[in-house]
Every structure is written in C-alpha cells, then in structure tokens.
Design a protein around this ligand. Structure first.
Ligand SMILES: [Zn+2]
Length: 462
C-alpha cells in the first residue's frame, strides 16, 4: 500500500505530511508516494525473539552484486547513496522499512504474519524443528550502473536535483533509477534522520518513480501519438504568439488571452507534425490538442501508462497547455522513460519493473505510429532541438527535449530529455532525465549524453 503525499506548493501554502516539509521546493506540485510502514508490528517479546532469529534475505542486483545484507546483526547497504531511496532501509527508528526493504519485506524476513511466528513459537522445542530463512530478492538494476550514473549526474549538474531512469524495452526491466539529492543509508542516525525528513529538497523522495513533474515538451510525443492513432492531421501557421485562442469542448467555449512559444524561438511559420516536433512548437501542439479534444488525449496518455493525467473534464479549460505538457499534466521520470520504451517496442506497452518475472504486454500504438514517432524523434536529434548533442558518440539516438515552465517565475524551468539509445552489442535502451530548474531540454540532453557515456560500458559487459 502506498500513501500519496504532496510535496511542494502552489503559491504560499505549505504542507506538512508524514513529517516531510517542503514549502518552496519544486514548483508545480511534486507529488510523491512513500511506502507505508509495516502493517504488522510484533509486540509480543517472545515472538520478536523468534523473528529476530530468522536470517533476513539479501537484496541483490541483476549481476548478483549485493545491495543489502545482514552482517553481524547489522543491515548494510553496499550500493550506498546511489541506491538509497530504491533499496531503502530497515531500521524502524528511521521510518523503516522503506523502498525494496519494505516492498519485499515478507519474502526477505521469511514469514508472512504474526500468526506464522506463533506457529513457529509453538513448535520451536519439537525435535527436527528448523527455523525458516528469509529469501533473497533480486532486482533488475545494476549496482555499478547506479553508482556510475550518480557520479555522472553530480558532475553534469552539481548543484541541482535530478532523476534519471534507464529501461530495457525488450523486458521492461529498469536498469538504472538514480537521482539527487541523496544520502548514505549506512550512515543513518537520529540527527541525520531528523535532517533528511525536514530538508526542503526532500532527499527521502525516490524521484525517478515518485517525483511527479510537469513533463513540458516531452509530452508532445503523447499528443503526436494520439493524433497519429486517431488520424487527426493538422497544419498550422505559427506566428510565435497568439491572442484570444478559443476552443470548444462539448457545448462549452473557452478562451485563453495569450499563448506563445518559448521566448528563445522565432515564429515557425506553417508547420506539419514532423516539423512541429523537430522544432518543438508549442502553438502547433496547442492546436493539435484542441483538434484531438480531451477525451482522445486522455485515452492515449492513459494507455501509455501516465497515471496522473487530469480527467477530460479537468483538461478542457486548459486544453491547449495540456497539448505541450503544461497545465495540470504531471508525469514521473519512470513514466516518461517507459513512453520511450513503448515506442522502441513498436507500440507495445509493458510495465517498467524492478524485479524480473512475468510481465505481460499489450498493444497501445500501431506499428505505423511507433515508426512515425521514431522518425520524428530521430529528426529532433539530427536537425531539431537536440541537434549536435550526440554527434561523435557512435550511438543511434532518437528523443525529445522538454523545457517545462514552473509556477515559480523567478526560477529556471525544468530541463527534460527522454529518448532511446542504440549502441553496438546492446539492445535499444530507453531513458529519461530531468534536471530540476536545469534551464532547458538541451541542457538535459547534454547531461544525458554524459550519464550514458558512463553507464553504457558497464551494461555492455553483461
Ligand atoms: Zn511555433
């Protein structure tokens, strides 16, 4: 079970929820989920004694490297700060178990419920009695890739907060989910805990999965997918800025006094979908959203796995903004990376997972739509907004920049880049990076290159 908590604010309100304060962080609301603590607390000291004698399983990465194990009665986390929020920690004094320690707690601890402990307690003096053992849990991530990603993130964006996700589309396995700020769970103590839970930059939040941000222009990929699927073609004359934009949803008419492209851009002139994507024209996608209507955009976004999309009636009053990923549209880095994975998979959707196992898929986009999107996103990298960034890497990359305006007018917008990278000897890999207040999608594309340069060589060895 997960609890939705809200971090960050619109305007001057502030929330204190589950002890985490964040009054001026983020921008748009950054919504996060934190795992609830164990529902079963063992209060009987005899049962506690039994529980403590059951060796707890280890948490391992995809190569068998240890992410968490018990040494001399103490839980240790060899991945350290690179996996802090993902692997989590056990200690109940510090809100534990959290992360994977919480999610797989039953398997790791070796018993299901207090009732199981009672059975064990009653049989403990019988001949041939043996205590059960906690099972190991294997995650899909790579410890070395996590650590390399964190180092590269810090070099690329030293003073900012970030989240990076890398997915193998063929399996849906999450190979990397890292970000900043972070901390070393091995160093946890009451003073550090107190600091972590009250810091305004919310280091306890697992940003790759639980951080929800305005996706900005990376969401144009979803709007384009909806238009291709529903057969809604559009050509539009972009004059950089428009006044009194009107649209209808059902029998309601809405008006927006002013709508414009990013200030650094000039008027794009008459555009079709390909050039609008390549040049990231907001006005085009605003009109495309109007042509699509909220129902179609909502349907496509939901099918692609976006869980925080406003319902069609909530979308209606801000439909043009929704078309380019602003308004009330929110997405996690994992959702954005999985959008790219879906395009790499020829339109087949599959959950992005942290443990291997049965992972059914379902078709959400046609082959033709997926192919058209790959072409367009290729042009973004070749001649569009991410032009030149990946030159000289020898990789094939397609992707989308995003510069997401935030409600804090005095802070820089978030920078996004999400795409697919193909390198010799590796399957295609989908990724997403957000630099909170990183300024622009181009900055995020540059940082993506630096992170991938560190991470891909380790994956090649698998
Ligand atoms: Zn434009």
């Amino acid at each position: 079970a997960f609890t939705v908590i809200i971090l960050g604010v619109i305007g001057a309100r502030s929330f204190w929820i589950q002890g985490i304060q964040a009054d001026d962080m983020a921008t748009r609301p950054l919504l996060v989920r934190l795992p609830q603590t164990e529902p079963h607390r063992v209060n009987n000291p005899r049962l506690t004694a039994i529980a403590q004698r059951i060796p707890r399983g280890r948490i391992l990465d995809s190569t068998g490297a240890v992410l968490a194990e018990t040494r001399d009665g103490r839980r240790v986390y060899p991945c350290g700060e690179a996996c802090a929020q993902l692997v989590g920690w056990l200690d109940a004094r510090f809100g534990g178990p959290t992360g994977a320690e919480a999610r797989y707690n039953r398997r790791l601890r070796g018993y299901d419920s207090t009732r199981d402990l009672l059975h064990l307690y009653r049989r403990k003096d019988l001949p041939f009695f043996r205590l059960p053992e906690g099972q190991d849990v294997t995650l899909t991530i790579s410890r070395e890739a996590q650590q390399r990603a964190l180092r590269a993130i810090r070099r690329a964006y030293p003073n900012g907060n970030t989240a990076f996700v890398l997915i193998e589309p063929d399996s849906g396995h999450v190979l990397v989910a890292a970000g900043t700020p972070t901390f070393d769970p091995n160093q946890m103590n009451p003073a550090l805990w107190q600091q972590l839970r009250t810091r305004k930059d919310a280091p306890l939040v697992f940003r790759p999965v639980d951080g929800l941000y305005a996706p900005g222009s990376v969401f144009k990929v979803v709007t384009a997918a909806a238009a291709l699927e529903k057969g809604v073609p559009l050509r539009h004359l972009c004059r950089h800025s428009e006044r009194n934009v009107r649209w209808k949803v059902g029998d309601k008419t809405f008006v927006k006094p002013r709508l414009s492209d990013h200030p650094s851009m000039r008027a794009h002139g008459t555009l079709g979908l390909r050039d609008a994507m390549r040049l990231s024209c907001n006005l085009y996608f605003a009109h495309l959203a109007i042509a699509l209507q909220p129902e179609s955009l909502y349907e496509t976004a939901s099918a692609l796995g976006f869980q925080r999309i406003p319902k069609p009636d909530e979308m209606a009053p801000e439909l043009p903004d929704c078309g380019f990923g602003q308004g009330k549209i929110l997405a996690s880095p994992l959702e954005v990376a999985n959008l790219m994975a879906t395009i790499a998979r020829n339109g087949t959707w599959r959950r992005a997972v942290f443990t291997p196992g049965n992972n059914p898929s379902r078709p959400v986009l046609s082959d033709a739509t997926a192919e058209a999107l790959r072409q367009m996103l290729g042009e973004v990298v070749q001649t569009g907004t991410a032009y030149g960034i990946f030159t000289g890497t020898g990789w094939e990359v397609y992707g989308k920049t995003g510069t997401a305006e935030t409600s804090e007018g005095n802070r820089k917008p978030h920078g996004w880049f999400a795409g697919v990278v193909q390198k010799d000897n590796l399957p295609p890999l989908a990724f997403a990076l957000i630099l909170e207040h990183g300024g622009s999608g181009r900055e995020a594309a540059r940082a993506s290159r630096k992170i991938l340069q560190q991470v891909l060589p380790v994956l090649q060895k698998r």
